[in-house]
Design a protein around this ligand. Structure first.
Ligand code: BTN
Length: 281
């Protein structure tokens, strides 16, 4: 079915089609598929209480209450993007690892996009992907489990703007949000990209469980949207301004905050890039 106004196929990510040719050992072997959900992370949290198998994927064509970090909403119209949550069950999972897991997922999705769409998204610490100065994807990593073991599951919520054209975005997003299609100039097959995302996510996750996060962090540094730039980071009531100089091995962002070489390591926050005059760029 095609929609000439939007110009992309309103195809469906049916589980049996996604699973055809899926090369993973466990990611996406079980798929809970919905035409519409409030939020795939919310549904994954409910499922986490029922001891689901590792690799369960919650997938929705449309979310009516898609969530981002810091309580923001995530615009998730039908058929245009990939809105999913992958449930993982790490053998050891100290909650302090969540920032690194977020970066790992961002690196994996960026790698998958590079492989399938020949685009090179940049990772905007701590959880976003950017193309052409516009946000095209975000990660919301959370933990869940049965009462008494709330860290049992890792929920990797991932949203990718795939085939939107600019008029698909509401006014307030139109200047900030992008899509693979907008950057590439052609629509992208969501099913193919989803399969690649699952394969790379599983590979990065298994690698990190065995050897740590070095490789994922190296990717985030190499393809960083902010390293070397002047930024402002808002973390609740706190605000930091400085040059983003490193992503530390613990996933923290290191900012050079004064001429004397003083640095701070920031665990979480919202980053805005500043121009040389200190205004938001
Ligand atoms: C962010 O930019 O702050 C993260 C956005 C994460 C959005 C995805 S879409 C699928 C999953 N379900 C949600 O409600 N959120 C994540």
């Amino acid at each position: 079915m095609s929609n000439p106004e939007r110009g992309y196929r309103l195809d469906r990510l049916y589980p049996w089609e996604v699973q055809k040719g899926l090369s993973t050992r466990f990611a996406g072997h079980w798929i809970e598929y919905y035409e519409e959900l409030p939020s795939t992370n919310q549904r994954a949290r409910e499922l986490a209480a029922t001891s689901p198998p590792e690799g369960l994927l919650v997938l929705a064509e449309k979310q009516t209450a898609g969530r981002g970090r810091l309580g923001r909403s995530w615009f998730s119209p039908a058929g245009a993007g990939i809105w999913m949550t992958l449930l993982l069950k790490p053998p050891v999972f100290p909650p302090g690892e969540l920032p690194k897991v977020t970066l790992l997922a961002a690196a994996a999705v960026a790698r998958a996009i590079s492989a399938e769409a020949e685009l090179t998204p940049l990772v905007k610490w701590p959880n976003d992907l950017y193309l052409d100065n516009r946000k095209i994807a975000g990660v919301l990593a959370e933990t869940a489990g049965k009462a008494g073991s709330p860290w049992e599951y890792l929920l990797l919520g991932i949203g990718i703007n795939v085939n939107q054209v600019s008029t698909d975005f509401p006014g307030d997003l139109r200047q900030k949000a992008g899509s693979l299609r907008l950057s590439l100039g052609a629509p992208v097959d969501r099913g193919v990209l989803l399969r690649r995302c699952l394969a790379v996510l599983e590979e990065e996750y298994v690698y990190a469980c065995e050897k740590g996060f070095v490789r994922a962090l190296a990717y985030c540094r190499q393809y960083s949207f902010i390293l070397g730039r002047h930024v402002e980071v808002r973390d609740g009531d706190r605000r930091y301004r400085g040059k983003a100089v490193a992503i530390r091995d613990d996933g923290r962002l290191e900012l050079l905050v004064d001429e004397g070489g003083k640095t701070v390591g920031i665990a979480a926050g919202e980053v805005s890039c500043l121009s040389r005059t200190g205004k938001e760029a």
